[in-house]
Every structure is written in structure tokens, then in C-alpha cells.
Design a protein around this ligand. Structure first.
Ligand code: EPZ
Length: 420
């Protein structure tokens, strides 16, 4: 398994191009299953999760062709079952279920299971499918949904931690080909849901209200092919903004969408980071000493859980006490022990992490555990004195396009060590 070797202490300077959003492109690729016509998706990031979704779609019978930063998908004839080995490896592939149910009136996908950040249940997805008239059964680790007819109805998708992003995506996609009107109450409001709705409408769907808690889908007979450019990745942009602040550098984020990042930019400004907007670009630099801030993760438009770990790394550098509370996932603090190995002083109290910031960090070998925790360790390594080796970098390759290359362009002393 590859690792990243980082010699810290270098302020990041220059500009970085923000790639297309991983969490937008995955459901949009799955949505191409809803039509037998070709779909072309642009600004597709070169990520292992994206390639993996392509493999799953090909396995289902679709023709998938990557062309530079675009992917062409045509699902002329498809089968309705997602293979365990494929779906197990990437939880996000659960979003093939809605399109399969919409197109074929049946879908079988292996139960995705949990991951390091939480149990990751899909009860709300299944509640939505049943509201459309599907019969849902679980056999031998597979979840089956089948319907003679899909009929629109109202469904409440609020769960214990607010709404569900992929649950909203799944129900929205299935409802595009149902008879009648579906109203999703307590829908997820993330920009990625809006991006998916825009793609579905370009395919001929009739969706209104995406981005608000109430989404209305009027079913149509069939959908046609479409072309679509994916929104920039707000989590990647936030990660580079935090890395710039952590290294006392000055970085321009090219092609970021500040309107998708209000909560993150607001918090960064609270802790003393200067943010200047110029068109689609954001200039980020630290304006003096970092100040401690409290952060609670919430559904959009609140502070995103996918930026919690990276923010914690930054707060290790802010003299004083910062309290970071995780309200979306039940165990998303795997990075705490690894940050403490780098000299941080963080204690976990239930859903909160108490960060006593201000002590200088010193490099050490650390272990990546999940995608965003890995990014936090890279950020800490960039700010630490000495050398940090982040192991199990495959986590990073899932969600960050060419992270070490982009950081080197910003002056970071970072290299990838291919495992023998
Ligand atoms: C999406 O996951 C993202 N993944 C996650 O990003 C992100 O952290 C998450 O949304 C929250 O913003 C993709 O889009 C591929 P949820 P998703 O359903 O949709 C509970 C990353 O790092 N819940 O919104 O799977 C669930 O347990 C990844 O890029 C139920 O209770 O997340 C959690 O507590 C990590 N029942 C909360 O809702 C359900 O049926 C939010 O989960 C579904 C979810």
C-alpha cells in the first residue's frame, strides 16, 4: 500500500484547480442507468471511486467510456442486480438502486454494510422505495426491491441525523419514472442533490424544489440522454483552503463555488483566515495568529461532516480550546489518535473532541483510516516540523484527485512512496 512522505513547515503558495465533485458525480453516473440513450458527464475527477462506479455500471451491462475528464455512459440493456463484491467495496454504490428500480421496476443490491465512520444504515432509502409501491425484502445479505408499478406519493426522509443525501438521490431517481407525483419531505439540501436534479431534468425529468427540504418529482414515461458538467468539489476546496491556513500560506482556489461553502468560509474567517473572492476563484491566506473556534457538523447548509477532520487538524494549531462536535456520524473521530501522535492534544468527550491547540506539531508515521481523516493527517503533516509518513494512501485516492501532485505544485515537500 502506498504512503505519502511529507516534510512539513513549508507555506503553500500558488493556485490549485478544484476538480469535479466526487459526491455529485457518483449519483449522476448512476442516473445514466435511467435511459437507454448516451449520457456525457464532464468535469469528472480521476478518482478510484469514480472508476469503481464505472466498473459497477459496466457489470450491470452499461457501456462506459472515459474520455479525458469526461465519461460517456450508455445503458442500452441492463441487469437489475449489483454484485456483492463490487457494491461492498464502495458504500456510495447504493445509489444504483433507485435508477434500477425506476428503469426495471426491480433492483437487488448487496447490503452496503458499515464503514469506519458509522453503521451507515439504508432504512430511509428503503422507506422511500416502499412509499413508491415497491416490495422490499432482505435475503442472504442482498436487499431486493420490486414493484409491478411505481406510483408517486409523499414520503418523509428525515432520520436521526437530519436527512439522507444518497437516500434523497435514490428516491428522486426512482420517482422520475413513477406514475404521478412524489413529494419528498425533509429532503437533503446538499448542492450535490441539486446537481443531480439538474442532470435528471436535462434528461427530461420534472423535478422542482431540489436544494430545499421539499422536493417534488412528477413522473414521466421515459428519460433521454443528456450532457452535464459536474459542480466543483466543495470538500476538496475546503481541504485546500484549510491546508493554506495551516501552513501560513496563500493559495488561490480556481473554479471553487463559494456559494456552496458558506459554513466553512464563515468558520475559517472566525479563526482568523482571510478569504477574498474574485469571480469563481477564492484567495485564502492566514491573517495573523489562528484563533480557536467551536464547530458542530450539521446537514447542509450547516458545517459539513466531510470537513470536520480537516478543521480539527487546523484547530490543533490555534492556541486555546476548540470544541468540535460531530452530529452526523457516530464514530468519525478515527483521526484523533493519529493527530495526537503528531503532538496534538485532543480528548474525546462523547460526540465532541476537545482540542487544546497551540503546541507545535512534530512529524511521525501515522495511519489513514478513512478518506477525510487521511486529508486531516496530510494537513497536519504539512504544518508539522519534521517528516510525516501517512500510510494507506488508497483512502485518499478514493476522493482526492492527484492530491500529492497538486500540493507539490503549491510548494509542498511531499512524495508518494509506492509500496514494494
Ligand atoms: C453522503 O453519504 C456522502 N457520500 C458522505 O461523504 C457524506 O459524509 C454524507 O452524505 C453526509 O453529508 C456520498 O455522497 C457518496 P447520509 P450518505 O445518508 O448519503 C443516517 C465522503 O467523505 N442515515 O446523508 O451515505 C446516517 O447513518 C463521504 O465523501 C440513516 O439513519 O450519508 C448518517 O448518520 C463520507 N438512514 C446520516 O443519516 C438512512 O437510510 C447522514 O447519512 C440513511 C442515512
Amino acid at each position: 500500500m502506498d504512503s505519502l512522505l511529507i516534510k512539513g513547515g513549508v507555506p503553500l503558495r500558488g493556485e490549485v484547480m478544484i476538480s469535479g465533485s466526487k459526491n455529485s458525480v457518483l449519483p449522476i453516473m448512476a442516473a445514466s442507468l435511467l435511459t437507454s440513450e448516451p449520457c456525457i458527464i464532464r468535469r469528472v475527477p480521476n478518482l478510484s471511486d469514480v472508476r469503481f462506479m464505472g466498473q459497477i455500471l459496466s457489470w450491470l451491462g452499461a457501456e462506459v467510456r472515459h474520455e479525458k475528464d469526461a465519461v460517456r455512459i450508455q445503458a442500452r440493456r441492463i441487469k437489475g442486480c449489483g454484485d456483492y463484491d463490487l457494491v461492498r467495496k464502495m458504500r456510495g454504490s447504493i445509489c444504483i438502486m433507485g435508477p434500477l428500480l425506476g428503469r426495471l421496476r426491480k433492483a437487488a443490491v448487496s447490503l452496503p454494510g458499515g464503514c469506519v465512520i458509522g453503521a451507515r444504515p439504508i432504512n430511509l432509502h428503503l422507506k422511500g422505495f416502499e412509499a413508491l409501491g415497491a416490495r422490499v425484502t432482505i435475503e442472504a445479505g442482498y436487499v431486493h426491491a420490486a414493484a409491478r408499478r411505481l406510483v408517486g406519493s409523499a414520503v418523509f426522509l428525515g432520520g436521526r441525523a437530519g436527512s439522507t443525501v444518497l437516500g434523497t438521490a435514490n428516491v428522486m431517481m426512482a420517482a422520475t419514472l413513477a406514475e404521478g407525483v412524489t413529494v419528498i419531505e425533509s429532503a437533503a439540501c446538499e448542492p450535490e442533490v441539486v446537481d443531480l436534479a439538474n442532470f435528471l431534468n436535462a434528461m427530461g425529468a420534472r423535478i422542482t424544489g431540489a436544494g430545499s427540504p421539499t422536493v417534488t418529482i412528477t413522473g414521466v414515461k421515459e428519460l433521454h440522454g443528456a450532457e452535464h458538467e459536474v459542480i466543483p468539489d466543495r470538500i476538496e476546496a475546503a481541504t485546500y483552503a484549510i491546508a493554506a491556513a495551516a501552513t501560513n500560506g496563500e493559495v488561490t482556489l480556481r473554479g471553487a463555488r463559494a456559494d456552496h461553502m458558506h459554513a466553512v468560509l464563515d468558520k475559517l474567517q472566525d479563526c482568523g483566515v482571510r478569504i477574498e473572492r474574485s469571480g469563481p476563484d477564492l484567495r485564502v491566506r492566514r491573517g495573523g495568529r489562528l484563533k480557536p473556534v467551536d464547530v458542530t457538523t450539521l446537514p447542509y447548509a450547516g458545517f459539513p461532516t466531510d470537513v470536520q477532520a480537516q478543521m480539527m487538524a487546523l484547530m490543533c494549531l490555534a492556541p486555546g480550546i476548540s470544541i468540535i462536535t460531530e452530529r452526523i456520524f457516530e464514530s468519525r473521530f478515527m483521526h484523533v489518535s493519529e493527530l495526537n501522535r503528531l503532538g496534538a492534544d485532543i480528548e474525546i468527550e462523547g460526540p465532541s473532541a476537545i482540542v487544546k491547540g497551540g503546541r507545535p506539531l512534530s512529524g511521525a508515521p501515522v495511519m489513514a483510516s478513512d478518506l477525510r481523516a487521511s486529508a486531516a493527517l496530510v494537513i497536519a503533516g504539512l504544518a508539522a516540523r519534521g517528516t510525516t509518513q501517512v500510510n494507506r494512501v488508497y483512502h485518499i485516492d478514493r476522493g482526492y484527485e492527484n492530491l500529492d501532485g497538486k500540493l507539490r505544485q503549491l510548494g509542498a515537500r511531499i512524495e508518494r512512496i509506492e509500496d514494494a
